[in-house]
Design a protein around this ligand. Structure first.
Ligand code: CMP
Length: 433
């Protein structure tokens, strides 16, 4: 089954329909068994829910027509279910409370209102098939689902043993709810017991449902708790695998430390250990576009890009090429011709003058190699990796084209360069912005 991805507005709509359907699914059987007189607030709520259901039906019919499939309407793509569910949907849209208020026959209309309950199944089915459901909503839906089931069972009990004149609605409902809950959870205190065959059969049935429901609720909650710490668990597993691998291949200590440091850095920032791997199975065109957005995210935090328009970031990202360097590698040699500038994605590099003096250490999110490109001069310093580095390279040609298009970027880079050329005093670690 293909899962659906919803944007925030679509998800909010699902949440609204969920709450409307849940309210109906709890209130409809209650009104049915107690045959309570319809109140004004119920008429208003009934009208609102009918409007929401009509809008939802129109929306799903439109969607189904647009995508030429009926998955939103049809529970599991069986052709015969479509007209059936459509009929239930249409019936659920009818404001039965309003009709009974104006036409009378409350009993008949209240029975019809029960059909609205079936809508909740569709809503749960829809939630199950959404790719990302916020945890808080998932928990709410489990809690409301449990409440609904207990309420239905309590109403079933009231239907079998109707309320007598010597009690009131609240007391009788609470009593029935209490019976339903203790039976469902198989606690069964035995203070309220069925006293005829129908009641006993109903109770057996509820006890069987209780066992299944227990499993579903416990399973869902433990799945949620497990996934909450999935990230930590994943990183722990990854580091253990890596340690075993390095031990097996007798990797030198220096390299082992670097690899572990690398993971610690990524996990401390809660980044994926390999973003590329996550998207590796996607078609190349989609991967390519996603990589551009990954780079946009990276460079958007860099001071020189901060006031640049999105198009500029996209332009730069499209031309960035990823390269790697190891500790001690010379990335730029003083006096060379400048053919590219660099962005540090991860790692540290030292800026070393001809005298051997280290004037700055640049780190994640900083750039270097821009002076030679801007001023059309030779490299002004050596750049040496002091750690393993993930870098992005922008060629001189792309750099020139982009800064021509976006003068704001040019002036930001010029300011950085200006600051750097006046900051040639030896420091152990400069932010080199
Ligand atoms: P470029 O001259 O092309 O190559 C060497 C790079 O070192 C230079 O561009 C700057 O990006 C960088 N650089 C030079 N001096 C400093 C400094 N004082 N602080 C930070 N970076 C510098």
């Amino acid at each position: 089954m293909i899962k659906k991805h919803l944007n925030t507005q679509e998800f909010l709509w699902v949440a609204i329909i969920f709450w409307s359907a849940s309210f109906t699914a709890i209130e409809a059987p209650f009104s049915f068994v107690f045959k309570t007189k319809i109140q004004t607030w119920q008429l208003i709520v009934d009208a609102i829910i009918s409007i929401l259901f009509i809008l939802d039906l129109i929306y799903h019919l439109k969607e189904a027509k647009k995508h030429k499939d009926k998955t939103d309407i049809n529970l599991n793509q069986k052709k015969w279910l479509f007209p059936l569910m459509l009929t239930v949907d249409l019936l659920a849209c009818i404001p039965f409370d309003l009709l009974s208020h104006y036409l009378g026959h409350q009993d008949l209309f209240t029975a019809f209102r029960l059909l609205r309950m079936i809508r909740i199944i569709k809503v749960y089915y829809l939630i199950e098939n959404i790719t990302i459901v916020p945890k808080i909503f998932k928990m709410q839906s489990i809690a409301v689902g449990c409440l609904m089931v207990v309420n239905w069972i309590a109403c079933g009990w009231i239907f079998i043993y109707p309320m007598t004149a010597d009690t009131d609605v609240t007391t009788y409902y609470i009593r029935s709810f209490y019976w339903a809950l203790t039976t469902l959870t198989t606690i069964g205190y035995g203070d309220i017991v069925p006293h005829d065959n129908i009641g006993r059969i109903f109770t057996c049935f509820i006890m069987i449902i209780g066992v299944g429901m227990y499993g579903i609720v416990i399973g869902n909650i433990s799945r949620m708790l497990a996934s909450a710490d999935r990230y930590k668990e994943q990183s722990r597993e990854k580091i253990n695998d890596l340690l075993m691998f390095m031990k097996h291949y007798k990797i030198p200590d220096r390299l082992q430390k670097a690899a572990i440091n690398h993971y610690s850095h990524l996990y401390s920032k809660r980044l994926s250990e390999n973003d590329e791997k996550i998207i590796a199975d996607l078609p190349h065109a989609i991967q390519h576009e996603m990589q551009i957005y990954m780079k946009i995210k990276l460079i958007s935090n860099i001071p020189i890009f901060q006031e640049c328009p999105h198009d500029c970031l996209k332009d730069v990202s499209t031309h960035l090429e990823q390269i790697y360097s190891s500790p001690g590698d010379m990335i730029i040699n003083i006096g060379d011709l400048g053919e590219e500038m660099f962005v540090i994605a991860h790692g540290n590099v030292d800026v070393i003058l001809e005298s051997g003096e280290r004037v700055a250490t640049l780190h994640d999110g900083q750039i270097f190699g821009e002076i030679a490109l801007l001023k059309e001069i030779k490299r002004t310093a050596n750049i040496q990796s002091s750690t393993y580095c993930d870098l992005y390279k922008l060629t001189k040609k792309s750099f020139n084209e982009i800064v021509q298009r976006y003068p704001i970027l040019l002036s930001n880079i010029e300011n950085t360069t200006q600051r750097r050329s006046t900051d040639k005093t030896p420091t152990s670690s400069s932010n080199g912005k």
